[in-house]
Write a protein that binds this ligand. Structure first.
Ligand SMILES: [Cu+2]
Length: 139
């Protein structure tokens, strides 16, 4: 006996639902920013943040090292480490920026900047480059 069309249709729906649920679970992890998934629909790809976004300098890394933000977002780099760091732009659109001299940000220091030019900006800590590096994509 073969299945009727309606039975097949129901099976297809069920499989589709399982796939959707699976994809939804996979995307959530890793962020750890304390923002629970709200009921708003997820944008395609990574989330675009706005307002003020804090990038922590910790364990000789920028955390997170890659962020995507809306135009006009203020980025605040916080030195939460026990050693000195800095922020130096290396490429991308918009004006050049630097927090000061290499290693100029002592533990507890912060440096902030508003981003208004769309594109991908790369920056490093001069003391710990190339592995202490970050990227900001402005949409
Ligand atoms: Cu550093």
């Amino acid at each position: 006996m073969s299945w009727s069309k309606s039975q097949r249709f129901k099976l297809t729906l069920a499989i589709g639902a399982v796939l959707l649920v699976g994809a939804g679970c996979g995307g959530g992890g890793g962020g750890g920013g304390g923002e629970a998934n709200k009921s708003k629909p997820a944008a395609s790809g990574q989330s675009v943040r706005s307002g003020t976004v804090v990038i922590s300098m910790k364990n000789i890394r920028f955390q997170p090292d890659k962020v995507t933000v809306a135009r006009g977002t203020k980025i605040v780099w916080m030195n939460d480490d026990s050693v000195a760091h800095d922020v130096h732009k290396t490429s991308g659109p918009g004006p050049n920026f630097a927090s000061g001299p290499a290693g100029g940000m002592k533990p507890g220091d912060k440096y902030e900047l508003r981003f208004t030019t769309p594109g991908t900006i790369k920056y490093v800590c001069k003391v710990h480059q190339p592995y202490m590096a970050g990227e900001i994509t402005v949409k």
